[in-house]
Write a protein that binds this ligand. Structure first.
Ligand code: 3HC
Length: 311
């Protein structure tokens, strides 16, 4: 017989109720959410790097201001998500230690280099486009703090997506050099954007329990298909070509069917052997050490305030 608390918990999930921090929840529900939310937060935190390095090199003040706003948003998303993980008992120190030691995962997509200015537009269009599909799904998840963080993040992500698409459409309709830059960026970001949404469903060990408890409302392949169906027609319409010779439209299902994904590349990147994994962790370690004085000052101020309050 099921543990009656588990039975009651699953009945709440079935009724579409939100589980809140103080509620009873299975240990595995808590563990899975700390895993997903902390890795999501790490993704936002590392995700600032590929775009941030272009802020000083933006081609105009307008583009610079848009990019600064986007990178600041990503930092904020990281904060919401670290806080959401803290509501489950995770500590900021442990999560930061897991990231900086290389133990924690973060999205594979940010281990690729942003080589030209057009990459900034392609990241906005494709990476934020994929993230919106995933995060819109997670906005309905059963854990209250995560679901509410997603609602806020998705509204900001929509601006990120639109500005990236507008950039690429401008360059694809621009000079031959701009068109080449846009196509080159698509060639390098298309497949990593498909991989970012996770392994195929049959290779996704976490999906079963996540969908049983209302955390993952769509599978990796379903979210990937949504992403492909929206972006392929728009990229083709812009006069760009998709670097997938097997890509074809299936009339019966209305789906664009992609060619085989290079999962060896995916797992190599996830395991730390992507083009930029080392550079990303070094940059995050440097930022953490460089900001140590702020944490020390805050701790000293906190201790003094407590001592004064005790007097
Ligand atoms: N990068 C790194 N690791 C990945 C990955 C990716 N793109 N996709 C899957 N993995 C890992 C999983 O974490 C899991 O390893 P773990 O058990 O040690 O954590 C393993 O590969 C097997 O994958 P599963 O499909 O079983 O894992 P999930 O069921 O958790 O599905 C996921 C993967 C779809 C990424 C899911 O974790 C998820 O929805 N996470 C929250 C969303 C998120 O992290 N998005 C990051 C995108 S970047 C972003 O949003 C920033 C935006 O501003 C651009």
């Amino acid at each position: 017989r099921l543990d009656p608390r588990l039975e009651a918990f699953e009945a709440r999930i079935a009724r579409g109720e939100k589980i809140e921090p103080g509620d009873w929840m299975p240990d595995e529900y808590r563990r899975q959410l700390i895993r997903m939310i902390s890795q999501h937060a790490h993704s936002e935190y590392v995700g600032m790097l590929p775009e941030g390095e272009w802020i000083t090199r933006a081609p105009s003040l307008r583009r610079k201001m848009i990019l600064m706003a986007k990178v600041q948003d990503e930092a904020g998303h990281g904060q919401y998500l670290y806080h959401a993980a803290e509501t489950l008992g995770a500590t900021r120190e442990d999560m930061m230690d897991a990231l900086l030691s290389g133990r924690a995962k973060y999205s594979s997509i940010f281990n690729y280099p942003s080589l030209t200015w057009a990459d900034v537009g392609m990241i906005g269009w494709l990476v934020d486009g994929a993230a919106i599909k995933n995060q819109t799904m997670l906005a309905g998840c059963s854990y209250g703090p995560y679901s509410r963080a997603m609602v806020r993040i998705c509204s900001e992500e929509t601006f990120h997506h639109k500005q990236g698409k507008e950039m690429i459409l401008t360059y694809a309709a621009g000079t031959p050099a701009q068109r080449r830059m846009a196509q080159d960026a698509l060639n390098r970001w298309w497949w990593p954007s498909l991989m970012m949404l996770g392994p195929h469903d049959q290779d996704s060990p976490n999906t079963a329990v996540l969908s049983r408890w209302g955390i993952k409302l769509k599978s990796n392949d379903e979210v990937r298909q949504e992403f492909i169906n929206e972006h392929v027609p728009e990229l083709l319409e812009a006069g760009l070509s998709i670097p997938d010779p097997d890509l074809r439209f299936d009339e019966a299902s209305g789906n664009w069917i992609h060619g085989p994904i290079n999962w060896d590349e995916f797992w190599a990147v996830v395991k730390g052997n992507g083009p930029m994994n080392r550079a990303r962790l070094e940059a995050r370690r440097f930022a953490h050490e460089d900001g140590a004085w702020v944490r020390e000052a805050l701790a000293a101020y906190g201790a003094r305030s407590q001592a004064q309050a005790a007097d």
